[in-house]
Ligand binder design. Structure first.
Ligand code: CAA
Length: 293
């Protein structure tokens, strides 16, 4: 049965969730943004408005488009609010038990033909799908950060994902104006399989004293034309997310080359998770980011 996606639910209103709500609403879809508290939803809506406004200032969209997009986003702090969605995308933390609980709760209220997707950056789609009542209607739709600016979305089929689900997901992503890379369901898929070992190596380079934070970032920005240095990018992604992706690679592929750098573990244990906690490889509490090593 072909699925027409008109209404999209986004579970989790953090940086990925609010970015997905932003681009879906701009593409003319109705969106329900879900999170556990009203405060988080209010703050996410303020972020979306801020990011849409930047696009207005840069003349990428009109102010009218900004207003219309905001009007298309409803918020809900209960799963019931997602009941009539054609597609829901989960963007919770990279913890399998948290995701499983969300899928259990949301599948209970969704119509049977609705598609369920995860924005996981590394966890097996087949395994997540198996925990739901609809493995054939389950798929990985993995956006890149910051969602409104990055052109790529990875699509990952689980072993049971059927063709109509895959086609509907392709059409949805194209409607958002994004390009697709199809990845097999192996740990961390394509982008993170390549990007995260590079970031981890940059952290080893710091740990071993080969260079300091500024030297390492300048080296890769100016010497390899990366838009952000690897440590700046790690802070941007979130150091907890970086660590959990390295752990998934290490455990899933059982190869010591994916060993997370002990310095990354230490930063996460300190609660220095990057920009979102205002401290990581840089300290963001002042006017300008200052390296912490
Ligand atoms: N919506 C959201 N954020 C926006 C935005 C918008 N409309 N417009 C700008 N931004 C953000 C940027 O992220 C950055 O944040 P701060 O203001 O808080 O510092 C700032 O606005 C920079 O804005 P600029 O207009 O100066 O943007 P730029 O032209 O310098 O480009 C960038 C910024 C596109 C992010 C560029 O630096 C870049 O490409 N960086 C690399 C990003 C990357 O590699 N992303 C992939 C990460 S991996 C991933 O996402 C997968 C995963 O699972 C971990």
């Amino acid at each position: 049965m072909a699925v027409v996606i008109n209404k999209v639910g986004v579970i989790g209103s953090g940086q990925m969730g609010n970015g997905i709500a932003h681009v879906a609403a701009l593409a003319g879809l109705d969106v329900v943004l879900n999170d556990v508290s009203d405060d988080r939803l209010k703050s996410a809506m303020a972020t979306i408005n801020g990011n849409l406004s930047r696009q207005v200032v840069k003349k990428i969209i009109t102010d009218d488009a900004r207003k219309q997009a905001l009007n298309r986003i409803a918020t809900s702090d209960t799963m019931e609010g997602l009941a009539d969605c054609d597609l829901v995308i989960e963007t919770a933390v990279e913890k399998e038990d948290v995701k499983r609980k969300i899928f259990h709760d949301v599948c209970a209220v969704l119509k049977p033909e609705a598609i369920v997707a995860s924005n996981t950056s590394s966890i097996s789609i087949t395994r997540l799908a198996a925990s739901t009542d609809r493995p054939e209607r389950f798929i990985g739709i993995h956006f890149m950060n910051p969602v409104p600016l990055m052109e790529l979305v990875e699509l990952i089929r689980g072993i049971a994902t059927d063709d109509t689900t895959f086609e509907a997901a392709k059409e949805f992503v194209s409607r958002l104006g994004k390009q697709i890379a199809v990845s097999e369901d192996f740990p961390a898929f394509i982008v993170n399989r390549i990007l995260l070992p590079m970031i981890n190596e940059a952290i080893y380079t710091l740990y071993e004293g080969v260079g300091n934070v500024e030297a390492i970032d300048a080296a890769m920005k100016l010497g390899a034309h990366h838009p952000m240095g690897p440590l700046e990018l790690a802070d941007f992604i979130g150091l907890d997310t970086c660590l959990s992706i390295m752990q998934v690679l290490h455990e899933g592929l059982a190869d010591s080359k994916y060993r997370p750098c002990p310095l990354l573990v230490k930063y996460v244990e300190a609660g220095w998770l990057g920009r979102k906690t205002q401290r990581g490889f840089y300290d963001y509490r002042g006017e300008k980011p200052v390296p912490t090593r």
